[in-house]
Design a binder for this molecule. Structure first.
Ligand code: PLP
Length: 231
């Protein structure tokens, strides 16, 4: 387990100023997360609601949980009470579902919670990757500008680069995202300091991502080792 703390130190040593580190703990047991927690890590990311729920129950309450998987509208209600940031919003329908659940939660708890989200952009070459195309992104934001939804705040963009060894390709994609975030910020969020996040970069490419404006890197295997999926 000491390997986790060592790996964490190594990754931290290569982080640029202003870039936050999310430890992607999906598929790994709660003990691994606890280990990273004891080394001072507070931001963790999961991609399955059920797995996230189980971990939230047994781990320290001051962990900031990030959601980075495909989120079904009917599962939104489970994470709304505590989620720190949802990275993977890719439709108005999902935004509406989040808003609806936040409003319900606030009414039931006399609270005034706002859930932060990122809009996921499809940038990779692979067809299978999720996310909005640039045109869809503009369409969604025009709609949002006319009628922003209660209880949800758009904090920025998220993307996954192509899964390729061609690092020039990956670098081009990161730079496209960097430019896109700046354009979107100026065009739709002028004067709004809350649109300030760009989530990109994973174990294999985060050093490149932070050269191109990433503010949050999502690092899994480099901290926790290889993932073994249960079949
Ligand atoms: C699993 C995952 C990561 C982390 O990947 P590693 O290569 O293990 O660092 C980052 N982002 C998303 C969206 C993921 O699903």
């Amino acid at each position: 387990m000491q390997e986790i703390q060592k790996a964490l130190q190594e990754v931290r040593a290569t982080l640029e100023e202003g870039v936050s580190l999310l430890a992607v703990s999906k598929t790994h047991p709660a003990e691994y997360i606890q280990e990273a927690y004891e080394a001072g890590q507070r931001d963790f990311a999961e991609n399955k609601v059920q797995e996230l729920q189980a971990k939230v129950e047994v781990l320290p309450k001051d962990i900031r949980w990030h959601f980075i998987g495909h989120l079904q509208t009917n599962k939104v209600k489970y994470i709304v009470p505590y989620i720190h940031l949802i990275h993977t919003v890719d439709s108005m329908r999902l935004l509406q579902a989040i808003s609806k659940e936040v409003v319900k939660f606030n009414a039931a708890n006399k609270a005034d919670r706002v859930v932060d989200v990122l809009l996921e952009v499809h940038i990779a070459q692979e067809e299978t990757k999720t996310g909005l195309g640039v045109e869809e992104l503009d369409g969604l934001l025009k709609e949002w500008g006319q009628a922003p939804l209660e209880g949800v705040r758009i904090r920025g963009l998220m993307a996954m680069a192509s899964n390729t060894d061609d690092m020039e390709q990956v670098e081009r994609e990161f730079e496209v995202m960097n430019q896109l975030k700046q354009r979107i910020g100026a065009q739709y969020f002028a004067g709004d300091d809350n649109f300030d996040q760009l989530s990109m970069g994973m174990s294999g490419d985060y050093e490149l991502a932070q050269k191109h404006g990433s503010t949050m890197v999502r690092v899994g295997s480099k901290i926790f080792g290889a993932r073994y999926y249960m079949k």
